[in-house]
Design a protein around this ligand. Sequence first.
Ligand code: NAD
Length: 259
Amino acid sequence: MVFNLDGKVAVVTGGASGIGLHYAKELLRNGVQGVTLADVNPTNGDIAIKEIDNEFGINRAIFVKTDVRDRQQLENAFQKTVEKFRFFDILVNNAGILNDAIWEEQIDINVNGTIHGILLAIDDFFPKYKQSHEGVIVSIASTAAVDCYVHIPIYSATKAAIVALTRAWGTPEIYETKKTRFFSVAPGVTFTPLIFDMYGRNLGPVYEEYLRNHLDKGLWPSQEPDHVAKELMKLIKFAHNGSMWIVEGGDPAYEYIQA
Ligand code: NAD
């Protein structure tokens, strides 16, 4: 059954930049009535809201300053969402950093932030505020979750954790009680500040390793964030519970099935 986006309300963590911002706009373009950008960066948040106001008209999006490491801040973002838009149907766990030098912080944001979001949504908010039969939780992993890049082992592990959480929560038993569909998405290298801040414009050894892995398989993996957002848009309508999808430049998303 295709999930109908009309009138739904979404929260996108890390939605002030990159993939999250593109996805928030794509959701609005496809029938979602309101989006909350829950991000730690208020400067980018203000810019993002102005962009959305210009493109979609005012009152379609709010920014709530949120550090996903802090459950209360995330709860506040969800609360502001239902106060503004009355409903809450879709959570996009997108906030993330790529920096093994600050690995504890990285685990805290990428993994604990995702867990806070999932628990708050399925235990507290979706039961009260989702409009239709099911809520949806999309969590952004990375190809690092399956390729496990040698230069960024801890980042890779955080993304593998996101896939595992999605698979474990995305089971029929949980669906029975929580009425929430989970899926995760693994983008390949995507040209956003996350990549440029880490490697500069001249992408270094990690990227070379990545390219080698993919070009050997005949894939050209790099992409712009709007490509990921468009693939995500298709997936939200039909990706089945617990599934994981690879999104690489130029190619349509394809499901990753563990051998
Ligand atoms: P980005 O840096 O453009 O966006 C990340 C956003 O997360 C930023 O707006 C940042 O302010 C926010 N953020 C960081 N820490 C936060 C916190 N503690 N609480 C709330 N928000 C926080 O990067 P992006 O590439 O758009 O990354 C989005 C997601 O996609 C991340 O989870 C990333 O790991 C994943 N991803 C990116 C790539 C890539 O190549 N860019 C590839 C695979 C997966």
